[in-house]
Design a protein. Structure first.
Length: 201
């Protein structure tokens, strides 16, 4: 969605019409304050922002928008009929603008630029979505690896207990055995049948 911000409705109307003719969804605001309220509640791909407005000028509005996480991917295009000097253009860019156009506007140029920035935002969002998906997948892989390692540890412990029990049963089955000793994984254990205990004390 595109947001056009201008305190003069006669400036909004032709721009809104040309964008809608090219299948863009357009919203409007006639003051900086109204624009900020709308940005808080709606995701916009591009904001076309007039520089000369009462109460809050376009630069002040852009600086405020920069603090909104919802608008981090939103492109701001400044429009100005008066402030055409280099210092104002520079201020536009430092305020977070991606472009600075002067009136009278070439509507086809505006349309083309809006299309580029809409595509750019779509790309940014897709990259962010893919990055988040990769992060979730990596987290899931890590969790699965931990579960597998825990299962293998328990299986190894169970196998060790089973092996020890078998050797103990073997010792118990030898009537006159003395001592059996086994080194499993560098750990020593031994069993002595009670007959052997009588012999050895």
């Amino acid at each position: 969605m595109i947001l056009i911000v201008d305190d003069r409705p006669e400036n909004i109307l032709p721009l809104k019409k040309i964008l809608e003719l090219h299948h863009f969804t357009v919203d409007t605001a006639e003051s900086g304050e109204e624009a900020l309220k709308k940005v808080l509640n709606t995701n916009y791909s591009v904001i076309i922002l007039d520089v000369q407005m009462p109460k809050m000028d376009g630069f002040e509005v852009a600086n405020a928008i920069a603090g909104f996480s919802k608008a981090r991917d939103t492109s701001i295009i400044f429009l100005s009929a008066i402030n055409k000097e280099k210092k104002f253009i520079t201020q536009g860019y430092t305020s977070g603008g991606v472009d600075y156009l002067t009136k009278p506007l070439n509507m086809e140029v505006v349309r083309a630029k809006v299309g580029v920035f809409v595509d750019l935002q779509r790309t940014h969002r897709e990259v962010r979505r893919q990055t988040e998906e990769n992060r979730r997948q990596a987290e899931e892989n890590r969790r699965q690896a931990e579960l597998l390692a825990e299962w293998e540890r328990k299986e190894a412990a169970r196998a060790k207990r089973l092996s020890e029990r078998r050797y103990q049963n073997l010792v118990e089955g030898i009537r006159d055995g003395v001592v059996w000793s086994l080194d499993l994984h560098l750990r020593h254990f031994s069993f002595a049948r009670h007959y052997a205990e009588r012999i050895t004390g």
